[in-house]
Design a protein around this ligand. Structure first.
Ligand SMILES: *Cc1c(COP(=O)(O)O)cnc(C)c1O
Length: 428
């Protein structure tokens, strides 16, 4: 570990939770240099929905490189880009009735796509304010960071984070408070102090914010609110998209039509950097090169993304399997909740984006530590890092899920019984 500690900036983070040197990975398995194997419930924070080194994607990429395919070509036309555009349009957009979207390739990370979407919303509407939500996470570059809630990240900005109004997410004040009604009142009152927003940016399931899942009804009402007040609706599907919740887009079964959708993380399918904004054609008011970036459209990512869409999204078998595995994980988690903390633990999230909310961040961290010692890589999320979060590859086997659940069960047993014992000794 010394070499990393001496040479790499202290900004490094995940490696602190998992202080081993990883060398190989296949499917839902990570293997260290010393040959120790772990089940991967972190999944590149949602980047490895199709697992590590999926053989079909790997072969497509190896063939492409072997054939001297273009690696970097700015945003010039390439065969790989053409095939991606055609495939994404044919297998993702058209079957979902989304004929009228165009694809903007931004710099290759999620925050780039968010910056582009916010910039375009402001340009098109001539308004500067953006509405984002409590516990939302949209990235760490300044524009996206302004829309992000997390104080740890915001604190590093060094400049005022402006032109964003924060509103309470679905159920932020519990299920009795109608946060859409609240927003409607604030936006309709010329003296509320909330400037008319260009857009609302929302995660349908909040990934970093603790797996808060908005109901279909809330999301539909939010869309109506956007139409009423002339705000664009941007769905940030960077983490919840690409199949994670049991459909390609997280909002698919909610019957809404966002003005823009940001995608990244699992879009390349292979863990390669790649990001895109889907935008309604009539919003495409960019002048050529007005927003750019050297790495717009990574050709290797085009190749693996195309292969992933061809392989997984031809029919609904894969989506069905995600829903079934999501249920299997939820069943396992329900057992844990019933056994170790029917009053203090509860399940959050949707599909294969689910986790267990613990009494506090310390117990969640202790549970993840215990799980790691027994062969499971798993992390927390949430305002107090209190949610033990399952983000395993969607291609994980049932046997691997069951094994992971056994490890998690033992971790909860160890940590929760310790807590109960501490509480008992404090009480006596
Ligand atoms: C990860 C994430 C981002 C930022 O993506 P980066 O590639 O880390 O810049 C933005 N929005 C959501 C919802 C994310 O989960």
């Amino acid at each position: 570990m010394k070499l990393f500690e001496l040479n790499e900036s202290s900004v490094r983070s995940y490696c602190r939770s998992f202080p081993v040197v990883f060398d190989q990975a296949r499917g839902a398995e990570l293997i260290t240099r010393d040959g120790k194997s772990y089940i991967d419930f972190l999944g590149g924070a949602g980047t490895l929905n199709y697992g590590h080194n999926h053989p079909v994607l790997k072969e497509a990429l190896l063939d492409y490189i072997d054939n001297d395919g273009i690696t970097h070509g700015l945003d010039m036309y390439s065969d790989a880009k053409e095939r991606f555009l055609e495939t994404f349009s044919r297998l993702i957009l058209k079957p979902r009735g989304m004929h009228d979207y165009v694809m903007q390739f931004t710099g290759p990370t999620g925050t780039n796509a968010v910056e582009a979407a916010l910039k375009l919303a402001r340009k098109v509407t001539g308004r500067s304010n953006i509405i984002s939500f409590t516990n939302g996470f949209h990235g760490c570059s300044i524009g996206a960071l302004a829309a992000t809630g997390n104080q740890h990240h915001r604190g590093a900005a060094g400049v005022p984070l402006t032109d964003v109004s924060r509103m309470p997410y679905a159920n932020y004040f519990g299920d009795k408070v109608n946060t859409i009604g609240m927003m409607d009142k604030l936006l309709g009152d010329p003296s509320s102090g909330i400037d008319k927003p260009a857009a609302v940016i929302v995660e349908v399931v909040q990934g970093e914010g603790g797996l808060n899942a908005a109901s279909a009804e809330w999301v539909r009402k939010l869309e109506k609110l956007c139409r009423k007040h002339g705000m664009l609706l941007i769905v940030d599907d960077i983490q919840a998209g690409c199949g994670r919740t049991g459909s390609f887009f997280s909002f698919e079964e909610m019957g809404i039509k966002p003005d823009m959708i940001t995608l990244s993380k699992s879009l390349s399918g292979f863990g390669l950097p790649f990001a895109m904004v889907l935008l309604r054609k009539e919003l495409d008011q960019w002048k050529p090169g007005e927003h750019n970036g050297t790495f717009r459209g990574n050709n290797h990512a085009f190749v693996t993304a195309t292969a992933a869409i061809e392989h997984f999204w031809r029919d609904d078998q894969f989506a069905k399997s995600v829903r079934a595995k999501g249920k299997r994980i939820a069943d396992g988690m329900n057992k844990i909740v019933r056994r170790y903390g029917p009053y203090s633990l509860f399940i959050k999230g949707r599909g294969m984006m689910i986790g267990i909310s613990c009494p506090d961040g310390d117990s969640a961290a202790a549970i993840c530590r215990h799980a790691f010692e027994h062969g499971l890589v798993i992390e927390t999320s949430g305002a107090h890092s209190e949610v033990v979060k399952c983000l395993c590859p969607l291609i994980i086997s049932e046997a691997q899920i069951d094994k992971a659940m056994t490890i998690l069960d033992a971790a909860f047993a160890a940590v929760m019984s310790e807590q109960t014992a501490n509480q008992a000794s404090q009480a006596s």
